[in-house]
Design a protein around this ligand. Structure first.
Ligand SMILES: NC(=O)c1ccc[n+]([C@@H]2O[C@H](COP(=O)([O-])OP(=O)(O)OC[C@H]3O[C@@H](n4cnc5c(N)ncnc54)[C@H](OP(=O)(O)O)[C@@H]3O)[C@@H](O)[C@H]2O)c1
Length: 274
């Protein structure tokens, strides 16, 4: 299978390393330069967009550039993909951060088609792009919404590396997504013949909290015991506001059968500690 992966950040690198059994091209240049002509040369079966501006504070202060990378360019690439032929499939990485929870107002987790409630410019760009891609054509795109991606890799984008650093951690429920679950989701989409388009919330099963992850990291001697503090205390100084989000997706759980989040966290932390 010919696959084009756009973006060589955390998620792009995870996928590039995992999909070596396919003919993968990593698009190293600006997303917007992946035109229909360039795509025609690569003849992809699947194009995966793992590029985007992900620094929340930077997105607040560089709104136009954030909009370009997170909305304008992905939509342009999807148009180019669709103009190529009637089969090439587009996988786009969105984010569970489009919802400001941790739960909906009725106390339930967020489902894939719940209306977004973005709390930061970054989240607005992710939600806007998703809507525009679906309006363009909902049948040739899978929109993946992971949340707080983690892995055993010592990259600053790894959520575990962030939780190693903060002394105080909130004890608020959240979904998290391991690298393995992302790869399992993408592998399913590469081979599925039927049900693959639309929005997928992508997460490890169950719920954890930043404080609980801090405890697991402390058990592995990667940090000291964390101190818990409240979301209100965090919100008083954290700008833009941190969002907490718990995801649910019946189709995802039935199809991908994600592993329990605490098991996946323990495995990734053991890898980090080794
Ligand atoms: N990691 C998470 O916890 C998480 C959670 C939910 C969703 N996601 C989504 O997953 C996707 C990938 O995330 P990630 O963790 O891999 O982020 P990342 O490590 O920040 O990587 C994103 C990469 O995209 C590049 N990029 C930005 N604008 C571009 C453009 N116009 N053309 C080409 N490349 C561009 C960035 O380059 P520069 O650094 O030079 O800008 C960076 O190398 C993003 O869409 C993100 O919203 C991630």
């Amino acid at each position: 299978m010919n696959i084009v992966i756009i973006g060589k950040g955390q998620v792009g690198s995870i996928l590039t390393e995992a999909l070596t059994d396919h003919n993968v091209t990593v698009w190293q240049q600006n997303l917007i330069d992946l035109t229909a002509d360039e795509l025609a040369k690569l003849n992809p079966d699947v194009v995966i967009n793992a590029a985007g501006k992900t620094d929340l504070l930077w997105c607040e202060t560089h709104a136009l550039q954030a909009f370009h990378s997170n909305v304008e360019a992905p939509v342009a690439v999807y148009r180019a993909v669709r103009s190529l032929n009637d089969k090439t499939f587009f996988i786009h990485f969105s984010s569970g951060c489009i919802w400001d929870g941790p739960y909906r107002t009725d106390g339930k987790p967020f489902g894939p088609y719940d209306p977004p409630t973005p709390a930061a410019f970054y989240s607005w760009t992710k939600a806007a792009c998703d809507s525009m891609l679906l309006a363009e054509d909902p049948n040739r795109v899978a929109i993946l919404r992971p949340r707080q991606v983690f892995s055993p890799i010592t990259s600053p984008r790894n959520t575990l590396m962030k939780l190693v650093r903060y002394e105080k951690l909130i004890d608020t429920p959240n979904s998290m997504t391991s690298a393995e679950t992302i790869v399992k989701m993408v592998r399913y989409l590469l081979t599925a013949t039927g049900d693959r388009a639309g929005v997928w919330n992508v997460y490890d099963k169950g719920v954890t909290t930043p404080f609980r992850v801090g405890q697991l990291l402390a058990e592995a001697k990667l940090r000291g015991e964390p101190t818990a503090f409240t979301k209100a205390e965090l919100d008083a100084f954290h700008k833009p506001k941190r969002v907490d989000t718990v995801l649910y997706d019946e189709r995802f759980e039935k199809t991908i059968k994600p592993e329990p989040v605490e098991d996946m966290l323990r495995a990734a932390i053991a890898g980090l500690a080794a």
